[in-house]
Design a protein around this ligand. Structure first.
Ligand SMILES: Nc1ncnc2c1ncn2[C@@H]1O[C@H](COP(=O)(O)OP(=O)(O)OP(=O)(O)O)[C@@H](O)[C@H]1O
Length: 423
């Protein structure tokens, strides 16, 4: 190998290690489609893992959408075999013909890979997204009027479905990875859909090339993404600090000091509200900017609202954010099961036969003579968990009925820093 080639390989490996935060986990999965980016990732990671003593396994998803897909999975299997690595091809045959095929395939791919990781005891999976992918994402999000979080684009590390997803090639250029593969004499396949101008990403890629004379190139846009990621972290830190001072949790609801809330900048108010809503609803995606702004504007005028399966109201200088009764009124589970994704009942001794957890509702509240003494809004109490046996209310601990029973929040009731703020 010539000196410049060796230097280029060393620079890629070093960039990869930096992209992994400078260290490798003891066990790692790598997602390889057979395309140039992920084949280069596989080869480079294999070198690093050997040195670090990391156990590496390889996965490919065959979506069954193109006739070549099986051969591509075989190519990856062969390459992994040559490197002495365990490889699995996961089949997806689940499209029901509804919605956007690309999105359905992507969701299915991540779900299949997350199951694989759990089965193989691999806490992390590396993906081959490059600086080019990052720049295209920034440009596409600009078109969707993204804010700071959206323009921060893809994170080098993110948690989803119980897996830490790593993107260690976010600083590498697609072409540099192909040069690496050519030098190493390694094969890869070019997915024909990468040239299909019907896809927004491909149109974006072509447009990006045309924007280069304006200085709007891949490096610039990728740098914008890192700048935005830093700005996002600063905003999150401010929001966390504000949350510590102005917000408390009461009986599963967030209670916010209204004067302090409205003294915060608009962007911080938005973040606080989105997190409060997300923690109660458990939704994977936050509500959109417009409805959140309208909800906050309404509260400034003393008007409550519903959004994302939650309800807000302003009372005695405090904003209450709680589960909307309508979102849980038909939710019945056996009393020893988790209710609404976050509540568990604890009986005085054992669970009575046939007992179930259900919202308290207006009919239950009528059996709770002391509910006013807790200072909790009526609307909020309606959606709290209660223990029923047929039509009989056994306990409603949050409304003061039968203190021998307890209901506890199972999902972390602390301030959730990880709620995603952008779609
Ligand atoms: N069929 C596949 N099997 C295994 N891994 C895959 C597959 N497709 C994509 N990947 C992984 O995901 C990375 C990104 O691929 P690609 O850009 O095509 O995905 P995408 O659909 O844009 O997904 P994302 O939403 O994550 O951007 C690849 O480098 C590879 O690591």
């Amino acid at each position: 190998m010539t000196a410049p080639a060796a230097l280029a390989d060393a620079a890629l490996a070093e960039g990869l290690l930096t992209g992994l935060g400078g260290a490798l986990p003891p066990r790692l999965g790598v997602a390889v489609s057979g395309g140039g980016d992920s084949m280069a990732l596989l080869s480079l990671l294999h070198g690093l893992c050997k040195v670090a003593g990391t156990h590496l396994e390889v996965v490919t998803v065959d979506h069954g959408l193109r006739p070549e897909a099986a051969a591509e999975a075989d190519l990856v299997a062969r390459c992994a075999g040559d490197l002495g690595l365990h490889h699995e091809t996961l089949q997806w045959r689940g499209w029901d013909g509804q919605g956007n095929l690309q999105n359905a395939a992507r969701h299915a791919r991540y779900a299949l890979m997350a199951d694989w990781a759990a089965r193989r005891d691999l806490p992390c999976i590396a993906l081959g997204h490059t600086a080019d992918d990052q720049a295209e994402t920034v440009l596409m999000r600009l078109a969707r009027r993204a804010g700071v979080d959206g323009l921060a684009a893809m994170a080098p590390q993110s948690q989803r479905q119980g897996v830490t997803w790593l993107r260690p090639l976010l600083s590498a250029r697609r072409e540099a990875l192909r040069d690496y593969l050519r030098r190493a004499g390694l094969e890869w396949v070019d997915d024909p859909s990468n040239d299909d101008p019907r896809y927004t990403r491909i149109q974006t890629r072509q447009t990006l090339a045309a924007l280069a004379p304006l200085g709007l190139d891949v490096e610039t846009l990728a740098e914008v993404a890192s700048n935005m990621a830093r700005a996002r972290d600063a905003l999150d830190q401010h929001a966390d600090h504000a949350a510590g001072n102005i917000l408390r949790m009461e009986a599963g609801a967030w209670v916010i000091r209204a004067d302090a809330f409205f003294a915060e900048p608009e962007e911080i108010r938005r973040r606080l509200m989105i997190r409060a809503l997300g923690q109660i609803s458990g939704g994977a995606y936050p509500p959109r900017r417009g409805p959140v702004a309208a909800l906050i504007a309404g509260l400034a005028n003393g008007q409550g609202a519903t959004l994302d399966g939650c309800q807000t109201l302003l009372r005695r200088g405090e904003i209450w954010v709680f589960r909307e009764y309508n979102a849980v009124r038909n939710l019945h589970v056996p009393a020893d099961h988790l209710w609404d994704g976050r509540w568990r009942a604890v009986p005085p001794t054992v669970f009575p036969q046939g007992a179930e957890l259900r919202a308290l509702g207006p009919e239950g509240l009528a059996y709770c003579p002391d509910w006013r003494s807790f200072g909790r809004p009526r609307a909020m109490l309606l959606s709290t968990p209660a223990v029923w046996q047929g039509g009989r209310l056994l306990a409603a601990p949050l409304a003061g009925l039968d203190e021998k029973w307890h209901v506890l929040l199972e999902r972390d009731a602390g301030w959730l820093k990880t709620t995603p703020l952008s779609h």
